[in-house]
Design a protein around this ligand. Structure first.
Ligand code: PLP
Length: 434
């Protein structure tokens, strides 16, 4: 159950909440974009690109130095040897998503990983071949599943669209999905569904789906259930192992602060760790470590998620990810989530005080149904409002036709940030309406 918090308007409340915040010190560990006139910007786009940990540069420099000093020998003799480098982040990644180390690995980028995982986990048959996603899923996910359907010959002709793609929609007049409807659909159509693949948190609405209930409902009907956790990893407390999710994938440049294009992560449930009969696209980094360098012709996959690796990984990207995950280990997800519920609750409270009937929040009000992001719909708004708040030092983002997304991130955002944002937002709204 989410805790109930009492909020008050005004800078005093924000200052007191920051003073009492046991995680407040973590802000110092990140580089916050500066305003032209000096001072920190209000950075609410950690859902798009997380901020740079101050240690990221040092960790990447260490690898540049070892490369300069050792050349190829860095694979073995670097201070953090490159050969097993991806293993240095495995345990932390597992903690972030609620998994066992054998179930996760850092590799590639997100959309690539979705495809690789669907090669193994989307196994359509004549009777069971549908894929369920949410309508309004992130475009890359839609492109990925649609192309998988076509690849397997279930795409349907151009004039019928993609009948085997089932898109979950909100009820008439609503903006977010109703879990009951999702479970009902699975119950009704489950026998023809091969794969359910939803966003753990929808990028547009900020709605978190009930991953445990959906997984259970899917499994009851014999469906495979996977999640795209791009907006959930590092944002929600996850329990992928306990929820019995089949697979998941996420990027690490959003809440996981690994930098632009950062190396992504996958989860494959332990149940599938030794499922070597699953079809998979193979590469040498997924091959058994003992015999990898014997360079034999036969692929012997590693057990667990590591067996899905293809290539030797980008060390600089892993170094950046390592710098961030160390901070997650110190802060811990339960504590971060505790602060997040309060921080976003405070933002919601202040937005509800804004004296305008043009403003509504499309993100669910129940803290259990969202992460840190709020998606604010402004009736009749055009992009000018957004540009104006940007002028006042706010990083937010604008989604057509009328939504401003803001994500106060518990690792580096403060209650003062939230208060400043609310003030700037309501002032800009007033001048715009005037
Ligand atoms: C951010 C995001 C992506 C981005 O995909 P990349 O392969 O990392 O470029 C994909 N899906 C979702 C749901 C996202 O939020």
């Amino acid at each position: 159950m989410a805790q109930v918090h009492e909020f008050k308007p005004g800078p005093e409340f924000a200052a007191a909440a920051d003073r009492e915040d046991p995680l407040a010190g973590f802000r110092e560990r990140f580089l916050i974009p500066q305003l032209p006139e000096g001072g920190d910007a209000v950075y609410f786009t950690g859902n798009s690109l997380g901020l740079q940990p101050k240690t990221a540069r040092e960790y990447i420099n260490a690898e540049l130095d070892d490369w300069a000093r050792l050349g190829v020998e860095g694979h073995i003799h670097a201070r953090h040897p490159w050969l097993p480098y991806h293993e240095f982040v495995t345990e932390s990644l597992a903690r972030v998503v609620g998994a066992k180390p054998i179930e996760v690995v850092a590799m590639n980028s997100l959309t690539v990983n979705l495809h690789l995982l669907m090669v193994s986990f989307y196994r359509p048959t004549a009777e069971r071949h549908k894929i369920v996603i949410e309508r309004g899923a992130f475009p890359s996910d839609r492109y990925a599943v649609e192309s998988q359907l076509k690849f397997h010959g279930f795409g349907g002709p151009a004039d019928t669209g993609t009948p085997n793609l089932v898109e979950l929609s909100p009820r008439e007049g609503e903006s977010t999905l109703c879990t009951e409807d999702v479970l009902d659909l699975i119950d009704r159509e489950g026998d023809s569904i091969a794969l359910i693949m939803l966003g753990g948190v929808n990028y547009y609405t900020g709605q978190a789906c009930d991953m445990a209930a959906i997984t259970e409902a899917g499994h009851r009907k014999g469906c495979v259930v996977g999640f795209d956790l791009a907006h959930a990893a590092g944002n929600l407390e996850l329990n992928l192992h306990g929820w019995d999710v089949d697979f998941a994938a996420w990027c690490s440049y959003k809440y996981l602060n690994a930098g632009p294009g950062g190396i992504a992560g996958i989860f494959v449930h332990e149940r599938h760790a030794n499922s070597f009969d699953l079809p998979r696209f193979a590469g040498w980094w997924g091959h058994d470590k003992q015999s990898r360098f014997q360079m034999g012709p036969e692929f012997v996959p590693l057990a667990g998620a590591e067996g899905w690796q293809l290539s030797n990984p980008p060390i600089f990207q892993l170094a950046a990810l390592r710098s961030s995950l160390e901070i997650f280990d110190e802060a811990t997800m339960p504590a971060l989530r505790g602060k997040s519920v309060k921080l976003t609750g405070y933002l919601e409270f202040l937005l509800n005080q804004v004296d305008s009937d043009r403003v509504s929040i499309i993100t669910p009000t129940d803290a259990n149904e969202r992460g840190c992001q709020l998606s604010i719909r402004v009736k009749n708004a055009d992009k000018r409002l957004f540009e104006e708040i940007t002028q006042f030092g706010v990083f937010a983002d604008w989604r057509e036709p009328d939504v401003i997304r803001v994500a106060p991130v518990p690792l580096y955002n403060s209650f003062e940030d939230v208060n400043r944002f609310a003030l700037i937002f309501s002032n800009c709204l007033e001048t715009e309406s005037a």
